[in-house]
Write a protein that binds this ligand. Structure first.
Ligand code: ADP
Length: 162
């Protein structure tokens, strides 16, 4: 059984992330979404909040994947978790450079860990957590891009709803 890890910030999870998780589940039996504890990014949601949103999404959509928080070096986590494959989403050429560097660096750190890139449905290729936050912060509708409960959490965070 091949265990794979889909790591990311998920601040918050979007339909683009969901598309990648579903694709990974079609290929692998054991998919774990790994929510980064500290990312070097200034996150809107805490790691716990991000994890809860991922878990709720998986449950609501009946996606057969697990979710957990991880901290420290990704390759160490992958090893400890008995996985050998890292899944990442590739949206556009703009993603390529940074993903390429990270994949090769991870390979340097651990030869046995493979990074696999999956392309989302074209309609999600312009979607990112940061653009969702920009829209939500200005009270725009993000209904088409994130699960309903995530939309609600964004409205609460930005003070448009209690
Ligand atoms: P990170 O900070 O690790 O990039 P993100 O949560 O932004 O965390 O993204 C996690 C992974 O999901 C990355 O591989 C990213 O390229 C991918 N991803 C993000 N948004 C989309 C999307 N709309 N379609 C496909 N992949 C995506």
């Amino acid at each position: 059984m091949k265990r794979v890890i889909y790591p990311g910030t998920f601040d918050p999870i979007t339909n683009g992330h969901i598309d990648i998780i579903q694709r990974a589940c079609r290929i692998f039996d054991d998919v774990t979404v790994a929510v980064a504890e500290s990312t070097g990014k200034n996150t809107l949601f805490t790691s716990q909040e991000r994890l809860v949103m991922v878990k709720k999404t998986l449950k609501q959509l009946h996606i057969n994947a697990k979710a957990t928080i991880f901290d420290g070096l990704l390759v160490d986590f992958v090893r400890k978790y008995n996985a050998t494959v890292i899944v990442r989403g590739l949206r556009a050429v703009s993603d390529f450079e940074v993903e390429f560097q990270m994949a090769l660096m991870n390979r340097k750190l651990d030869e046995e860990v493979e990074t696999l890139f999956l392309m989302p449905k074209d309609t999600y290729s312009y979607l990112s957590s940061s653009i969702i936050k920009q829209i939500a912060r200005l009270n725009g509708s993000v209904k088409a891009f994130v699960p309903k409960h995530v939309e609600r959490e964004l409205r609460v965070k930005y003070g448009f709803r209690k």
